[in-house]
Write a protein that binds this ligand. Sequence first.
Ligand code: PLP
Length: 497
Amino acid sequence: MEVLYKSTRGDQKAVKASEAILKGLADDGGLYVPTRIPALDQTWEAFARMDYAQVAYEVMKLFLTDYTEAELKDCIARAYDSKFDSNEIAPLVKAGNAYYLELFHGATIAFKDMALSILPHLMTTAAKKNGIENEIVILTATSGDTGKAALAGFADVAGTRIIVFYPKNGVSPIQERQMVTQKGDNTFVVGIHGNFDDAQTGVKKLFADVRLKQKLDAGGFQFSSANSINIGRLVPQIVYYVYAYAGLLRNGRIADGEQINLVVPTGNFGNILAAYYAKRMGLPVGRLLCASNENKVLFDFFRSGTYDRNREFILTSSPSMDILISSNLERLIYRLTGEDAAKNKAFMEQLGAAGSYTITDDMKKELEIFYGGYADREKTVRQIRAVYHDSGYVLDPHTAVASAVYTDYREETGDDRTTVIASTASPYKFTRSVMDAIAPDHASTDDFALADALAGLCGAAIPKAVTEIRNAPVLHDNLCEKEEMADMVCRFLGIKD
Ligand SMILES: *Cc1c(COP(=O)(O)O)cnc(C)c1O
């Protein structure tokens, strides 16, 4: 049965999956949501026998119904290949009383690779299906990891260009280095003076700029988005939750149908929304734990029902979660209103105008399967240290936030269901924070020397993603103010203002 996509804000003209993927954001500024959530149509026994690519097909075919079987399988085969340094693609590792679902074995050693290695193929396939002749210009705001993962995914993909904006002082040195050394004639990287929310708001404005759109069209270009609002990002992220459950079953860790908890370190609410969709498709989930760092807007929201971004923006040790406007939450709010686009739009307008909104008591009831928690910097450090000491397993700071929230949750509730923690980055991406936690008397000032030291401690080889950028030349040194983003786009595309 066909699944179509409509906006969360009122433009209810339903479009096909491939059109939603091409457009990214709906014309009215809303996010595309599926008109229904399909149910998984394989038994768990069958899923337990599948490899990652097979699970990916069985999940994605249910959402991307206008892709043929051959198209979808081709996209999957191109995405989940030797770019990943694990045959399992997303291995599950037990440490302490939880399973860590390692989503960091792709090209840029962070979980964004899971979706961004397939998105370019979904998008170029979509362009072909829809007779698009314009070049697709991917416009992305990044808090660190999306940028590089999108660059790696789109570099040298014919018919596409990619422009990435990142907060100049808001990403880790290794993250920045990964981006500014990116190869590919179709790539463009710009640091902005501002934080991630400035970058994201700026990108949203560019998408909404009608005049710019006309100029682009005249030049043979059109924008699309690789940010986590694109359903082409969301759908591939549902896959690994199904795959993790199947793996637990295969290894006799759970019984068929037994509920598990999922813990997700959260920023833009994309990864955890995928987990929520997985649950609605039939994945047996008990609680969904939403873990935040000091930018704990979501924690406060789950407690009080008020989403309030009016607060200080804090730079933490988990920069990819330093976000005050969690864009994908809009899809959940839309759901909580009973899929009432007008009501959702009113909340989003309040967020735009006053920076906050409060949901109704009825809407709150629907939130019960979520548990919000947060961990500050100190607690995150203690968690990295504790897990390392207890089990020798090294967590990156994002995963450590989730792990710390899980420890609190388990103590608070006594809920001892089997639990999977989404492990969203390799510790090698945040070597300084990690080494400060597990070897606090290290003397190194250089991040690469720290990577060597970390490899010594965990007895594993440094991932290729780190060794590769060590001596790579800087190819991008563009900087701009947040008001200048449109000019930068025109400059790169060679369009006159
Ligand atoms: C992006 C990211 C997150 C947050 O994921 P969202 O889908 O934005 O909630 C967490 N950890 C890491 C390492 C990330 O890159």
